[in-house]
Write a protein that binds this ligand. Structure first.
Ligand code: DLL
Length: 434
């Protein structure tokens, strides 16, 4: 068994957590300054030395790091260990121009899996449970993270990966899965499929660990009813490790952040000013135990607030409200991170102009995404290529750019409504941040 089960850390008095964070932060800043040229230069530039950091109260002195920095430093610029000490990479969904590759030493993997193990335990998982993981495996962190956590707590782990609903249900009924790990939208799909097949009596699920995309309280109720389970939220991002940066306990009142590994801050996304507990702003993380890819003050772009209100589960780690929006224009569609700029790149590469619109909606439990783009006048004057051919090419380019199917409608010039102010490129009707 790993060392994930550390009730003395999860329930430690707040002053002790803060002391532990300070101790780790001081060491980590020195480590990062000495091992990552990017940080060395950035700190020199603003005149902050590792010796200026005496504890968490000095965190605000450090510079922020953003996804653009990560992109600029791709692939090895932020590595703090020789590549030969790394044993794994994971990567975010969404690709060209926006790829983020995170590196892990074996110790990083162990800690990440410990974080996921705590999440599985908080959902009631342990020896004797059958943990059915249908997050994607591969570069995406969902499958590997929950897989590792499930092993550590001694569950029988089913590494199902995503898709093939019939097979999922068959394993679930034959092997008596008790804990389900997947995106909330897929959980709702599975719930409906199980009901349609009249198999609800045959499943033994008691809990689900759902995250990687925003979901509402209404969706939670729906999933809990459909599957007869308790549905727990889990949050994380590849840059910081993956799932398990925070997770819900049985109280389902926000997600406990694993403060022995990550220090959270909430900032005003426009000014960078640190906001007090309870105020909504952008979530920022500093990793204090990571070795290979140790980010300090990473801006997640997720909007939420933090609370230290006592939780009756006994955990003292601070809680974050589920993400309430984004401070950039990233959307999570079909579980994949999508930036409008990626779609625009595909269109411009094919010779279209910026007259396009992205329509996102949810039909049943499934996201739909359609791109409408105008023909240029030159294209309209050239009937030798049919609209269907044009659409097929864009669908294929978008599939390789984003990894998901996007419906495409090529329309006549000047048919998409022009805006008088800022162009409205995205119409997202899902209303997921509630
Ligand atoms: O989605 C890691 C993960 C896997 C989390 C499985 C939970 C379960 P990325 O692909 O890097 O990593 O996407 C990270 O997804 O910044 C949020 O915007 C969004 N996100 C993740 N979890 C939640 C959640 C994984 N529980 C980005 N609620 C983050 C809302 C979430 N949004």
């Amino acid at each position: 068994m790993g060392n994930y089960y550390q009730p003395e850390i999860e329930t430690m008095p707040v002053e002790q957590i803060l002391a532990l964070q300070s101790e780790r932060l001081i060491k980590q800043v020195r480590y990062v300054y000495d091992h990552v040229k990017f940080y060395h230069d950035k700190m020199d530039e603003i005149g902050v030395m590792p010796d200026d950091i005496h504890g968490v109260e000095d965190l605000h002195k450090l510079p922020f790091i953003t996804k653009d920095d990560l992109r600029d430093q791709y692939p090895y610029g932020l590595l703090a260990v020789p590549l030969t000490d790394c044993v794994r990479i994971q990567s975010t969904s969404g690709t060209t121009g926006r790829r983020v590759v995170a590196f892990y030493t074996q110790e990083d993997i162990d800690i990440w899996e410990d974080c996921c193990a705590r999440a599985v335990m908080a959902a009631g998982g342990g020896k004797g449970d059958v943990c059915h993981v249908c997050y994607g495996y591969g570069l995406f962190t969902g499958g590997p993270g929950l897989n590792g956590g499930s092993h550590k707590v001694g569950c029988l782990t089913l590494p199902m990966s995503s898709g093939n609903t019939d097979r999922q249900i068959q394993f679930m009924t034959d092997l008596g899965s008790t804990i389900l790990c997947c995106t909330p939208s897929y959980a709702a799909n599975l719930g409906e499929a199980i009901q349609e097949r009249g198999l609800k009596d045959k499943i033994k699920l008691k809990a689900g660990i759902f995250g990687a995309e925003p979901w509402t309280e209404k969706m939670r109720q729906n999933i809990e009813e459909l599957l007869g389970i308790k549905a727990y939220d889990i949050y994380g991002l590849t840059e910081i490790s993956g799932p398990g940066v925070s997770f819900e306990c049985e109280e389902q009142q926000g997600m406990h952040i694993q403060e022995d590994h990550f220090i959270p801050e909430i900032i005003n996304p426009d000014t960078g000013e640190v906001l007090p507990e309870g105020e909504i702003g952008e979530l920022v993380f500093t990793c204090i135990t990571k070795k290979a890819f140790p980010l300090l003050r990473y801006r997640t772009r997720d909007l939420c607030y933090l609370t230290r209100k006592k939780c009756s589960c006994g955990r003292t780690h601070i809680r974050m409200h589920k993400p309430m929006g984004r401070s950039d224009d990233m959307m999570v569609v079909k579980g994949v991170n999508v930036w409008p700029s990626q779609i625009e790149t595909v269109l411009l590469n094919r010779g279209y102009q910026s007259n396009y619109q992205i329509l996102v909606d949810r039909v049943g439990n499934n996201d739909t995404i359609e791109v409408q783009v105008e023909l240029t006048p030159e294209m309209a004057a050239n009937p030798s290529v049919t609209t269907a051919e044009r659409e097929k090419k864009i669908v294929s380019d978008l599939k390789s750019m984003l990894g998901i199917r996007v419906d495409v409608k090529v329309v006549e010039p000047k048919t998409i409504a022009r805006s008088e102010g800022k162009a409205v490129r995205v119409i997202d009707k899902r209303d997921l941040y509630k």
